[in-house]
Ligand binder design. Structure first.
Ligand code: SF4
Ligand code: SF4
Length: 469
């Protein structure tokens, strides 16, 4: 497997042009800022001129003296002052305006990503700059053992397969897995023709009793002194929110030491795309059709992760493969919490087949579902309460999310208004809970621009544009 690199991302829609990043960079580097915030193509908008640390850097290609070189370890294009002949050809070679010139010394000023702790990102008040660590995650976990055999029969682009392969890489072999009926066993994780598809002990309970069986397994391992085993479910939303809910609720109420992961693709997808309790209002499914008399589901989805907080679980969190760093951190905390009590992780999982989206747009849909607050990212513990892990402010309108997804293609203006109102209502409730919660430990602080407490003025500018960068 190749090597991936971390990088700084810039979201033009969140930048208010304050220039704090430039000030921080010049202070950190005692010279010219390596990042420039410049007026964008849209009136009132901004863009960032910043080194993208390109895989095939044109600056290095045009450099006549070999002063620029990509580091194979961290991916940063380094500049060697001793080799540089000050021709400034590199500044013309970079189409991103990514190489600055320090006017005081007339020499190149090159972004080095501050050794993985960028000064510009830390001061950005709106979250427009973000240090994306997906490269480190890929390097670290790509090398770990995949605990599912090759050849699982998921649909092309299946997000649930992505979740299960990543989650099990993280959790490792010291685990016992339950996969109740749904897409995950359906694609072969429980095996074919007597051969298991999973490299850890796996069982296939009924839709109704997953959490009860896991409770018994946990107690068995506790009795024989095996405290190191993660006892966990990878269950669909139907087996969690509907017919399995009584068992989930009971195990949570008893504080069973179980990790329960709900992979929510908003329906019974592998059996014909029927609606479930978490299918959102207005969705087309095979049991909530669109025609003359019906325009999709007529009820709102139940907010299952929020319901789980009412059980005072040890840990509850929402996550998305659109934000893998966040998902990995939550997996760490969810695993740890499962040795103390009931730990519940709700991962949103677009289904390309049932949602009518191209398989190459699944991750875009994941990100937009979070960025529009349709699926806000937060976590809860029974000691600290709730906190957002991704800013709920400056969200895209819900129309930007639903237009990506075929199951919402028929929505009327009234239905869209209903969905937006429900999303706003949900975020207001979460903000209220966050405002009433204790501050999280320093290591768990939300990123810049996260959660504005209810009733407080947002320090961030109002949403100005819809463009994605
Ligand atoms: S200014 Fe220096 S780094 Fe840039 S192209 Fe010329 S020699 Fe290379
Ligand atoms: S990462 Fe560091 S060097 Fe690069 S622009 Fe930001 S502050 Fe400047």
């Amino acid at each position: 497997m190749g090597v991936a690199f971390d990088s700084i991302s810039f979201k033009a829609s969140l930048c208010d042009g304050c220039g704090d990043c430039m000030t921080a960079c010049s202070e950190a580097k005692s010279g010219a800022s390596r990042i420039s915030i410049v007026p964008g193509a849209k009136a009132g908008g901004y863009e960032a001129a910043l080194c993208r640390q390109c895989g095939d850097p044109k600056c290095a290609q045009v450099c006549p003296s070999g002063a620029l070189d990509k580091d194979g370890g961290n991916g940063v294009i380094g500049w060697d002052a001793a080799k540089c002949v000050d021709c400034l050809l590199c500044t013309a070679g970079c189409v991103y305006g990514g190489i600055a010139v320090d006017p005081n010394v007339s020499r190149v000023a090159k972004c080095d990503q501050c050794d993985g702790d960028p000064a510009c990102v830390k001061v950005c008040p709106t979250g427009a700059l973000e240090f994306r660590k997906a490269g480190s995650i890929f390097n670290e976990y790509g090398a770990k053992e995949d605990l599912f055999v090759p050849g699982l029969s998921g649909c092309q682009g299946c997000n649930s397969e992505l979740i299960m392969r990543h989650a099990m890489r993280k959790i490792g072999r010291n685990s016992v897995l339950a996969t109740p009926p749904g897409c995950i066993p359906g694609m072969g994780s429980v095996g074919y023709n007597g051969k298991t598809g999973t490299k850890v002990p796996v069982f296939h309970p009924l839709l109704t009793n997953t959490a009860s069986m896991l409770s018994g397994i946990r107690r068995y391992y506790d009795r024989i002194g095996r405290k190191d085993i993660v006892v966990m479910a990878l269950a669909g939303d139907g087996g969690t929110a509907d017919c399995g809910f009584h068992a989930v609720s009971g195990a949570a109420e008893r504080g069973e030491k179980v990790l329960y992961v709900c992979v929510d693709n908003e329906g019974y997808m592998n059996t014909g795309m029927q609606r479930s309790g978490t299918t959102p209002y207005g969705s087309w499914t095979s049991t909530t059709p669109v025609g003359e008399h019906m325009k999709g589901k007529t009820q709102d989805a139940k907010n299952l992760p929020l319901i789980m907080t009412a059980h005072k679980c040890r840990y509850v969190a929402t996550a998305s493969t659109g934000y893998m760093e966040d998902l990995y951190e939550k997996l760490d905390r969810a695993i740890e919490a499962s040795f103390e009590g009931f730990s519940y992780l709700h991962i949103y999982s677009p289904c390309p087949t049932g949602w009518r989206i191209p398989s190459n747009k699944v991750i875009d849909a994941c990100r937009m579902s979070v960025d529009s607050n349709f699926n806000p990212l937060w976590e809860y513990t029974n000691t600290t309460g709730l906190r957002f892990t991704h800013s709920p402010d400056n969200a895209y309108p819900i129309t930007e999310y639903v237009k990506m997804i075929g199951k919402y293609r028929h929505l009327s203006p009234d239905q869209l208004a209903h969905i937006q109102a429900k999303v706003d209502e949900q975020v207001a409730l979460l903000k209220l809970m966050a405002a009433e919660s204790s501050p999280p430990p320093a290591a768990h602080r939300a990123p810049a621009g996260a959660s504005t407490p209810a009733g407080a003025e947002s320090s961030q500018p109002a949403r100005r544009e819809i463009a994605r960068n």
